[in-house]
Design a protein around this ligand. Sequence first.
Ligand code: MCN
Ligand code: CUM
Length: 798
Amino acid sequence: MTITTPPEPAAADLVDNNQKPVGYGRMLRKEDPRFIRGLGRYVDDVQLPGMLHMAILRSPVAHARIVSIDTSAAEALPKVKAVITGETLKGLGLDWMPTLSNDVQAVLATDKVRFQGQEVAAVVAEDRYAARDALELIDVDYDILEPVWDVRKALDESAPVIRDDLEGKTDNHVFDWETGDKAETEAVFAKADVVVTQDMVYPRVHPAPMETCGAVADFDRVEGKLTLWSTSQAPHAHRTLYAIVAGLPEHKIRVISPDIGGGFGNKVPIYPGYVCAIVGSIVTGKPVKWMEDRTENLTSTGFARDYVMRGEIAATKDGRILAIRTNVLADHGAFNGVAAPVKYPAGFFGVFTGSYQLEAAYCSMTAVYTNKAPGGVAYACSFRITEAVYLVERLVNCLAYELKMDQIALRRKNFIQPDQFPYTTKTGWVYDSGNYDAAMLESMRIADYDALLAEQAEKRAQGELMGIGVSFFTEAVGAGPRKDMDILGLGMADGCDVRIHPTGKAVVRLSVQSQGQGHETTYAQIVAEELGIPPDDIDVVHGDTDNTPFGLGTYGSRSTPVSGAAAAVAARRIRDKAKLIASGMLEVSVADLEWEKGSFQVKGDPGKSVTISEIAMKAHGAGDLPPGVEGGLDASVVYNPANLTYPFGAYICVVDIDPETAVVKVRRFVAVDDCGTRINPMIVEGQVHGGLTDGIGMALMEIIEFDESGNCLNGSFMDYLIPTALEVPHWETGSTVTPSPHHPIGAKGVGESATVGSPPAVVNAVVNALEPFGVRHADMPLTPSRVWEAMQGRARPP
Ligand code: MCN
Ligand code: CUM
């Protein structure tokens, strides 16, 4: 295992795209010239001849029986071409659709509405305005029912049953799930010197991507072919589901995800709007466009978190952590629309054991339906690892508080050690590689931790509220080995096709789909590194099911671990074939050739060599190839990962709290991330900066709440606060490099690391600042009012 701590990059390290040698490095993003000039092509930029526009009527109430829907006035509007209701869809067998977790979800409500914002009817009209006007003319008679808005009361005997559509359903229970050894954990807790219990809530939040969800459906009656432009993180998986749900032949469906303005998991599920746009196009014979507005996005699409957790940690009195136990109540909204591998009903929450050597661990969870929008797995969640990391990192700080131990010293005492990898946790996950202490020490060095402690002591003496918060996370990303992981029966492998043209230029086709992560750059870099072709000569194609290999798409930071591996392996296969061709060209045996980035040369005679472009021309050109070698220079790989990859990081946050207003200011944030080999360190840092900003948002301001009638209180950016440049500090990033032993280039995923790791660091810092008030915990978001209540000894009960 190699550990390096690269120095801060100098501007001179920025690699010009055409500068050689090519490969890994801080190359400027190939997609940026189009994005920064406003030339990106998003779904809403698609304009087709004769295109119609669709708008959706949504339920104004959280829970009600639908008595009647009168669409006659809307249909009479001159520009209206079709009004679609649940009854229309029922005729096509499309009124309900499967979710990604084996539940069903209403496409358009027929019997009841089950959350505020639920889809009730769709209008297709000549323009967007007419479609919206027509919505106002649809008359729905609702018989209001009592809503279930408090997750803690969802299982009460008296609670109304939300999902009476499910046969035999008499309560709001979704699933129970457990992991770890209960009896063993109880035994370890019984012998522990210290047990600390803490209740905490990870509130419902929303990914809020800049671009809302939408689609353009174009059903060609002549060809019988459906083309769907949609905001999808997983175009291939969506196509297969449309084939299964709508009964359309799969080869007659083309799903295109063009440029996507941010996904963050919000664009993994299939939404009723996509299905209605398809039906609208089939019914009218015209292309139909549907784009949500901001309120629709915030109130009806995939939310994140919403876990009510009780955590318990057992330790010796000198700070040896022995066991962790947790009980979780999970709010899944009205339909179980979680997108996680099917064997994992709670996603990868099972890694709540964190980065520590434990003797035992146990988790039990109950998931319930409420009258709220469905979702649950979104917002850079790494399949619920955000919740898991928050739980364990808050618990460790609660333990430090009780033991009066330094939060870093306590962590360092309990880390899994480098020689213990691969490490099997008490819940059965096999961490592939790690050197946790190196990352922790690096973060302490950058932060100058001792100086911070001294400063804090001084400030406390003067009554100032300065807090230092630490978190250390391990993530499990790169789903996944197909023996263990699938979504609705589709194995979680992903593919890459690499094709080298005769002139030595290349095209790389991926089954994963970028929403802003820079795939056009980094996949070109992977192939460039392997083949010595400059990245600017390599085009990356993605997001079009007609032109890319099958795969399950981008989420759970799985692109680099899965498709990134596929790209490297495909390029290596091409290199192997190129070597055979080169041996013919140079008239030497294969054993006499050596690879020098971009060319094969005769060992001991570097003057005799052929470049990869010369080989490409030969592969396509005239004359014989060596016996048994076919023409062309292409390769295609479907990669089945051996394991997940386990990136990790050490974060230190410094906050100041105004004692008069209780406003929290994040003054410093140090983030040391280890994602193994870094393909493009600049892009990795960009991903980390974004995730840290997410973390400040969730820790300090973001929440989706409901009132007692089930009304969503955060349906606009006036009420759903997201951080701006004003709330974030200058990020201080660092890195260590511990390659993944099973990934062909040693890379681990990183896209969600900072979102996962930063919220507990911020909360730990705020709570640390409030230590003089005897505060051990306060729940997110730590708005001034909540911090003020904590200061008054009235931390809101979770
Ligand atoms: N990378 C690298 N070296 C590594 C690991 C990654 O250079 N060792 C690069 C990759 O090549 C890629 C980027 O970093 O360009 C992110 O890679 P990866 O960690 O594999 O994550 P994915 O590409 O699968 O992206 C998904 C992840 C998720 S799940 C969410 S949620 C999220 C995130 O990415 N959504 C984003 N970051 C986002 N960034 C933007 N701009 N927009 C989103 O919607
Ligand atoms: Cu869980 S958000 Mo990302 O996996 O697309």
